[in-house]
Write a protein that binds this ligand. Structure first.
Ligand SMILES: [Zn+2]
Length: 698
């Protein structure tokens, strides 16, 4: 009897697991419009088994390449490797995007369970010596294989990927490296979770009319809405999410409350509590240093920049200091101007970091007579969206069609079909505009499916742009600030890049250096303020009138305002990042002391905190922007210079330039290095001048 049961149980379990697989929508054809993820059928519990199955399939595909009795060729090794892992990539993209845009405790738990599995899996591939030998063999004979330019690059890039992962190292060092990388991914994950927890932990209750002093109606309404949503009995609450704390700091006359909010903001991860990030970050620096040295670099920055447009840390520092010096000088003048204002008002105190936003806003009103609130009615979210669509149409002939039949993961998300000039399909765009508790802060663009070719057939991308913009308040639509408006254009620019990127191989179609990838996004911000576009989309949400000329002028003048601060706080964070990743870390690291020294050495003034302090510097927790926070300004120089090409041509929608931009900068990423692509578009290397002039630094 017992025996019989023991025999039966595995069979029953097998059936159960088959049935589960059939029910798991992540493992079957989606059967949805445009093959978009079936969010309405995906349950949290589907992810882990789907990830496990994805890993199993990918491993089987890798084994098949390795065990192929034929000698290694471009097709049976490079192409086969490029195409492998499609299920895992499909599942991971959905999971990763949801974990950023619509997470919950269960998803976080699954991430903690799956992260070590995924990291062990990718390490085992990167450390697979048989696979590396086959790739190496193709690499060695690449010049005799009659490969075209893109094929040559795909071979070189895969070879370099393996080399950078340590595949060419002796066994013992490879083992060490895989331990380091496993630990690094856990530490990164924990740092990010602590940051989220610290951001959500703070709430300032506004309980009396006095607590609301200085706040304009829109800020009061947003604070009241937030309190209601959080179930807090108060006139309003202030949180550490950007749309909440920034307007509060700009307007609140309560200096004590400003200090409270700002202090909570900049102390995130540094509170010596269970979410403290200091020790974890110190560990991360040790791990990265050890890894870089194993791979033959002096430090992590060298390792990172080796494959960037910038090439090495020296070029990055030189570049940053070229902006830092004029930026800091200007920031000091701005500070002095604010102090004069405080003294004139009889304030009798020294300007502190939590005062900067408040006096900046006052100075802006005084000098530029521009009230942010005066602009918002022209930037209703629907109009801003139309402005983005219109720009894509004027430059590239694209059109956008609402596709309500495409499943989405939250009712606030909209889905559009993107159509090329000739009406052909380019992909699907999701737009997810507002903050929610399960969404991380900031704004970003991601892909639920990357554009690629599979078996010679084009797979169209599914792209998402996710923001944390002001919500509609009362009976008014969501009215965006100018900053939010340009952020919209920015993320939309990343999306266009994803729709246009056209490589035959997965590896090459995605191989854009970090310090190049912000050019397509940032350049669109230039058009947002140009009358030729602004007059079409920035229409008053009640009257439908375009923004009057005097207001446009004021808005453009105001672009020069506070540039000392904006550039100084940014460059300070970028230098801090470089300092962390170029320093020689010996023994225990005192994170606070290191940060203080770094800021003192660069000469940052007390009244400004870097854009990100170490303990909530999310960009550098993961590998994407570590030693790479400089890339936004690097790309800023590129975008200012590239936009100058359109201006100089006398036609902001110059079709010939737009076509070249699409071809060299957005589409053919597979074929050239960043600098070569840029020169193809522009005819020469970028100049820093247009950036300094645009920012009022010169
Ligand atoms: Zn970006």
């Amino acid at each position: 009897m017992n025996k019989f049961f023991l025999f039966l149980i595995p069979i029953v379990m097998m059936f159960a697991s088959c049935a589960d697989q059939q029910r798991n929508p992540l493992l079957t054809d989606y059967n949805t419009p445009f093959d978009a993820p079936p969010f309405d059928r995906i349950d949290d519990e589907h992810f882990l088994p789907a990830i496990e199955e994805g890993i199993r399939q990918h491993q089987a595909e890798i084994d098949a390449i390795v065990n192929n009795p034929e000698p290694p060729t471009f097709e049976n090794t490079i192409v086969a490797y490029d195409q492998a892992g499609s299920l895992l990539s499909r599942v991971s993209l959905v999971f990763g995007n949801l974990r950023s845009a619509e997470t919950n405790p269960r998803l976080q738990e699954i991430a903690r369970e799956s992260t070590p599995l995924l990291s062990a899996h990718s390490t085992s591939i990167r450390m697979n010596q048989d696979l590396f030998e086959r790739i190496h063999a193709v690499y060695e004979q690449r010049n005799e294989l009659d490969l075209d330019l893109e094929q040559m690059r795909v071979v070189e890039q895969y070879y370099r990927d393996f080399e950078r992962s340590g595949a060419a190292l002796p066994e013992e060092k490879r083992q060490k490296l895989s331990e380091l990388s496993e630990r690094m991914s856990m530490v990164s994950l924990q740092l990010g979770e602590n940051q989220l927890a610290e951001t959500n932990a703070f709430q300032l209750k506004l309980e009396t009319e006095d607590d609301l002093a200085g706040l304009p109606a829109s800020v009061r309404a947003a604070a009241a809405d937030a309190a209601e949503k959080a179930g807090v009995d108060a006139l309003g609450i202030v949180t550490l999410h950007n749309p909440s704390w920034i307007p509060f700091l700009q307007h609140s006359e309560r200096r004590d409350l400003r200090e409270k909010v700002f202090t909570a903001y900049f102390m995130r991860g540094d509170n010596d509590n269970e979410h403290d990030n200091k020790d974890l970050f110190a560990e991360l620096m040790q791990l990265r240093q050890e890894m870089s040295r194993l791979l033959g670099f002096n430090n992590y920055a060298e390792y990172f920049q080796d494959i960037q447009m910038a090439e090495n840390p020296k070029n990055v520092y030189d570049f940053l200091f070229e902006i830092w010096e004029p930026a800091l000088a200007l920031a000091k003048r701005e500070r002095d101007e604010m102090q004069v204002m405080i003294d004139r008002e009889g304030g009798n105190f020294k300007l502190e970091p939590w005062d900067w936003w408040f006096y900046a806003e006052k100075l802006r009103k005084e000098k530029y007579d521009l009230d942010e609130a005066e602009l918002r009615p022209y930037f209703a979210i629907e109009n801003v969206k139309k402005g983005n669509f219109l720009l894509a149409n004027k430059l590239f002939g694209l059109t956008f069609e609402a596709r309500p039949e495409v499943p989405v993961y939250h009712e606030e998300v909209e889905a559009y079909e993107v159509l090329d000039r000739d009406g052909s399909h380019l992909g699907i765009l999701y737009i997810d505009p507002h903050p929610r508790p399960g969404k991380r802060g900031g704004a970003w663009c991601g892909t639920y499916r990357s554009g690629a070719y599979e078996d010679g057939e084009k797979i169209y991308p599914i792209v998402t742009i996710v923001m944390n913009f002001s919500r509609p308040s009362g009976d008014k639509p969501a009215l965006l600030s100018w900053d939010e408006t340009t952020t919209y254009f920015h993320e939309f620019g990343h999306a266009l890049h994803n729709f246009f990127a056209d490589g035959r191989y997965r590896r090459t179609s995605r191989s854009v250096p970090r310090d190049f990838v912000e050019l397509p996004s940032q350049i669109l911000e230039n058009w947002a303020a140009e009358p030729a576009l602004l007059n079409e989309y920035a229409l008053h949400f009640e009257t439908g009138e375009p923004m009057p000329e005097y207001l446009q002028q004021k808005m453009r003048n105001a672009e020069y305002f506070n540039q000392g601060f904006i550039n100084a706080e940014y460059i300070a964070a970028a230098i801090l990042d470089m300092d962390w990743h170029t320093a020689e870390h010996v023994g225990d690291i005192d994170v606070r002391a290191f940060e203080e020294t770094s800021l003192r050495n660069m000469g940052l003034i007390q009244e400004i905190k870097p854009r990100y302090r170490t303990t909530y510097f999310g960009h550098i927790f993961g590998t994407g922007y570590a030693a790479g926070y400089y890339v936004y300004r690097w790309a800023g120089v590129l975008d200012a210079d590239a936009f100058m090409a359109f201006k100089d041509s006398g036609d902001l929608f110059n079709q010939e330039l737009a076509e070249r931009f699409r071809k060299y900068i957005l589409a053919e990423n597979a074929l050239r290095s960043g600098m070569d692509a840029y020169i193809e578009f522009r005819g020469e290397e970028p100049s820093i001048e247009p950036f300094l002039i645009r920012s009022g630094l010169k």
